[in-house]
Design a protein around this ligand. Structure first.
Ligand code: FES
Length: 133
């Protein structure tokens, strides 16, 4: 006969949905992707993932990410909402070089594979271009 065993989670255990669902959910910042037609889609992004991974893991249209995040294709090009430019920051030299091959680059352009999701990006809004080619 099986006996029920009660497991006590120590207070120093990692935050998981088992320990604290509401707190764990707060550790997944929301990111909104707005496509070129104006359709907005909001996803829960995992801290540590890239903004590109937040899009592709949720099957969002508009981001191809052909190189898988190696900063070698520019098919993850997005426009950062101007209100978020300071929080997101500027492209480094490698990313800026790769952005030169993207279409219709603007001051707010970034490669989404180079933006790491953090709690500080809760509510981030990015726009995807009409085409990545
Ligand atoms: S996925 Fe290729 S440059 Fe971002």
């Amino acid at each position: 006969m099986a006996r029920a065993v009660r497991v006590q989670v120590p207070p120093w255990a990692p935050l998981t949905e088992t320990r604290s669902p509401s707190l764990a959910q707060k550790l997944m910042p929301n990111i909104t992707f707005v496509d070129f037609e104006g359709t907005a889609r909001t996803v829960d992004a995992r801290n540590g993932d890239s903004v590109m991974e937040a899009a592709t893991s949720n099957d969002l249209p508009g981001i191809d990410a052909d190189c898988g995040g190696a900063c070698a294709c520019a098919t993850c090009h997005v426009y950062i909402d101007p209100a978020w430019m300071d929080a997101v920051g500027k492209a480094d030299d490698l990313e800026a070089e790769m952005l030169e091959v993207a279409e219709d680059v603007k001051e707010t352009s970034r490669l989404s594979c180079q933006i790491k999701v953090t709690d500080e990006l809760e509510g981030l809004v990015v726009n995807t271009p009409e085409s990545q080619y």
